[in-house]
Design a protein around this ligand. Structure first.
Ligand code: DGL
Length: 255
């Protein structure tokens, strides 16, 4: 029997957090997940920080934390803007955020050129600069915004010519320059294959999903809260459109 507070809540502004849920499911297959996407309000990435904070707090309230034993903020934008406030507000809950995987990328290429592709909010928030300042390397770091990309993913236009054109426009200027690209928004790993095709296999892609899943497991283990039994996923979305449920399941199962 499941206890009332036995879910791991996974939150994103929309469908991007599914790229994190894939890692969670892989390393914690027996857990019960509640995935909440705020697709009605996505994208968060070009809003003001204050708006992102308000939307994140409201969405987490809708998830009903009484049902949760842990909350994974599977959104770099919401983590950058609101993870501190969430930890203050929900002191008894395990709250795990996601950060762009800059450290592993710079550890691998300390003298190289590393791109960080992320939303406008993530790129301008203090959290990113303090992360960069903590890592002392003489690598060149390029911040790469990707306007329009989240919208295409949210509307299911992943494997389309429109997507390829948009990605080419964003990434081709960097094609011969980068050693690595950090996918600093959870929507981007959902089109990682297309990104690799444009940049070439020699450019390594890094994303924070796996590290976030491992950190979630570590925190649950430490608290003695790991669950053994049948895993399941409960899908909730602020958009009432049926298509989101279908697309969510498709994205989760896609290789
Ligand atoms: N998936 C989110 C992230 O990781 C942001 C997408 C959005 O702009 O809503 O940053």
């Amino acid at each position: 029997m499941y206890q009332k507070s036995d879910y791991i809540g996974v939150f994103d502004s929309g469908l991007g957090g599914i790229s994190v849920l894939r890692h969670l499911k892989k390393i914690l297959p027996e857990e019960r997940y509640l995935y909440y996407g705020d697709s009605a309000n996505a994208p968060y990435g070009k809003r003001t920080t204050q708006e992102v904070i308000q939307l994140t707090l409201a969405a987490v309230e809708k998830m009903d934390v009484a049902r949760l034993k842990a909350l994974v903020i599977a959104c770099n934008t919401a983590t950058a803007a609101a993870v501190g406030l969430l930890r203050q507000k929900y002191k008894d809950l395990i709250v795990v955020g996601i950060e762009p995987a800059i450290k592993p990328a710079l550890d691998r290429f300390p003298h190289g050129t590393v791109g960080i592709m992320a939303t406008e909010v993530t790129l301008r928030e203090e959290k990113l600069d303090s992360l960069l300042h903590r890592i002392v390397v003489d690598a060149t770091v390029c911040k790469i915004p990707a306007p329009g990309l989240v919208e295409l993913v949210e509307s299911g236009r992943l494997d389309t010519e429109e997507m390829r054109q948009l990605l080419r426009g964003i990434l081709q200027p960097y094609a011969d320059k980068l050693d690595a690209l950090v996918l600093g928004c959870t929507h981007y790993p959902l089109v990682a294959d297309e990104i690799s095709r444009i940049l070439g296999k020699q450019v390594l892609l890094f994303d924070g999903g796996e590290g976030t899943a491992r950190e979630t497991r570590r925190r649950l283990e430490l608290a003695g809260l790991l669950h053994e039994g049948h895993g399941e996923i409960l899908w909730e979305n602020s958009s009432q459109k049926e298509a989101f449920l279908e697309l969510s399941q498709k994205l989760l199962n896609q290789r």
